[in-house]
Design a protein around this ligand. Sequence first.
Ligand code: 7RM
Length: 657
Amino acid sequence: MTDGDATGAAIDVFGLEDRTFPPPALLAAAANVRDLSLYEEAERDPEAFWARQARELVTWQRDFDTVLEWDLPFAKWFVGGQLNISENCLDRHVAAGRGDRVAFHWEGEPGDTRTITYAELLADVQRFANVLKGLGVEKGDRVNIYMPMIPELPVAMLACARIGAPHSVVFGGFSAESLSDRINDAEAKVLVTADGGYRRGAPANLKGSADAACASSPSIEHVVVVRRTGEAVTMLEGRDHWWHDLMGAAGPTCPPEPLDSEHLLYLLYTSGTTAKPKGIMHTTGGYLTQVAFTHKNVFDLHDGDVYWCAADIGWVTGHSYIVYGPLANGATSVLYEGTPDTPGRDRWWDIIERYKVSILYCAPTAIRTFMKWGTAEPGKHDLSSLRVLGSVGEPINPEAWMWYREHIGGDQCPIVDTWWQTETGGIMISPLPGVTTTKPGSATFPLPGIGAEVVDDAGKAVDRGSGGYLTLTRPWPGMLRGIYGDPDRYRETYWSRFPGRYFAGDGAKLDDDGYLWLLGRVDDVMNVSGHRISTTEVESALVDHQEVAEAAVVGAKDETTGQAIVAFVTVKGGVATTRELGEELRHHVAHKIGPTARPKTVIFTDDLPKTRSGKIMRRLLRDVAEGRDLGDTTTLADPAVVEEIRRRAEAAPQDES
Ligand code: 7RM
């Protein structure tokens, strides 16, 4: 710890990690970014840097006149420019003779597969664009999409982009009520859905939820339904239409609509801390520039790569790094419908072996799950095609980082730990695999063109070796343009805490070498006897223990210390969860990072409450730890988990030492 007593530092920090990994020589020699000149160019003149990227990576129907109009907190990028994103993702690749290149190797959970080339994707997108037009969708009209991970999902998104109809994709796992709230906020005219999708070996119904949502969403005039599972569904005469019927009758060509750079591309809702979800707005030219730039350089994309982002398209990671970034760059991707343990716990490794995946992008929660399942599963497959590994969604603990590197990357692949948010649109802080020496658990540095700084409570940049709040110091092309229908909430949420800066809501520390370490949401920071301790560092110390697979810690009210640390711990397969192990873990944390960070209670659980994108919901764990009724659980992936944890918590021993 940097200071021995409660000094009022924004966040106290510990230094746990000193291993470093330089880029592999072979990869570095051929990498898209091989030296630091890109950082220097961007630092000299960020706007000129982004303008160059915009002109090199994006095809404009009309060139832009002004790079940036910045009226804090409202940004306009590439003003005067016109473009169409679906043309950038499809037509230009086909026109360049790459129509036969595979856009998606799609694999359904039951094992059915489809190979979709760029030419085929373009044909489907044009037809579906005509379908939407036929249903009365005009430029500017919102379209809701509620689908499983099937090829028709990117087709629907790109068709919307083609005609300038902003889409709002809602996770297939969300309830009818969540869907209805989002439809109503966007006042969408059309809903695109499916009868269902496959999860854990069985068809999961979607149309039933879509029907329930529509019952309280009067703006919906038409519902288009993809037949995926073949389960019986009710089709409402006049409102509901089968995808295949409409596609069969639709015209084959639909020219891409020229759209202003600032035309609304999509809304994506984040739940945040309050109940009413925020419709995050992303527009066209700046967003595409940033996702294309980051996808190409962070993953070091080359011809011949097979790229797999294992996120769901319903999450921003899927929007930016399954659909728009990879397609803009003409990449070949894997798209997988289902869960990682169906039919076996080696499903991902089987997919990587069969498609010779060279770039894998996934979440720490997945990696920790695989750690729990053991090394034998990846060991059954040839993973030697992999060359770059990515992580996103949460801080990745050094232990999980090392496991990913050794057991998935065969000690050969650089890991890019990418920090960003729905609001940022694209990756902001990340290594570049050909130039950055990485440290396990650090997202390293802001990318070229991005300004990030850790500040204290007063908004002053912290010194190396200290912790505080992560802020962004200048506008960036993919930034959110606001919260749909609520400019005041936009200003208040992101731009009021530190004047002139974007407040990300995350804690971070700057180490002695200037590396950034993300420490989790500041709402989750614990206060133990005046020490402000991040959840991430205590969790990393727990996961550092041999027998631990995953851990979540929260601060629960405590009469003596203000808050006491309660640890929820999942052990690796086959480990016995004894009282002695609990004791040992408490000592392990105290030994690794100091006695103030020692958990008061250790509760063993088989699982942790997570969102559908895999983020641990510490708010619910705090409710459990403080014996409260559960708050809003609508975004929870598996509601049964908290009840189980509650039972365990009631039985757990309390330690006073
Ligand atoms: C892409 C995404 C955003 C929040 C963000 C952080 C956390 C994401 C990392 C991370 C540490 C990372 N969008 N987060 N990536 N924390 N290291 N590499 O996740 O809007 O769903 O979430 O996720 O707290 O603020 S998101």
